[in-house]
Design a binder for this molecule. Structure first.
Ligand code: SF4
Length: 80
């Protein structure tokens, strides 16, 4: 079990369909008809290094990787 969940995201406003991400990681990224890249937001663990490479290579910096860290539930104060 992992403590956090990474998520890959493409900013549709930023993407200009350069397709570098698809060249680097065709397993993750696609360029559908509307000319804005889409991606698998939760690719397999083995493909994350490619996801990072694509994010670095994107000339628009449209690819971001976020990490959802589970928030610990607040401890309920012991009342009387
Ligand atoms: S490299 Fe960046 S700008 Fe180009 S298609 Fe991929 S996400 Fe869009």
């Amino acid at each position: 079990m992992t403590g956090s969940t990474k998520r890959l995201h493409i900013d549709r406003e930023m993407c200009e369909a350069h397709a570098l991400c698809i060249e680097i990681a065709p397993e993750i990224f696609e360029l559908p008809d509307d000319d804005i890249a889409t991606c698998d937001e939760h690719p397999p663990e083995a493909l994350w290094s490619k996801a990072h490479s694509a994010a670095s290579a994107c000339p628009r910096q449209a690819i971001s990787i976020t990490e959802d860290v589970p928030v610990a539930s607040p401890r309920s104060p012991k009342g009387p």
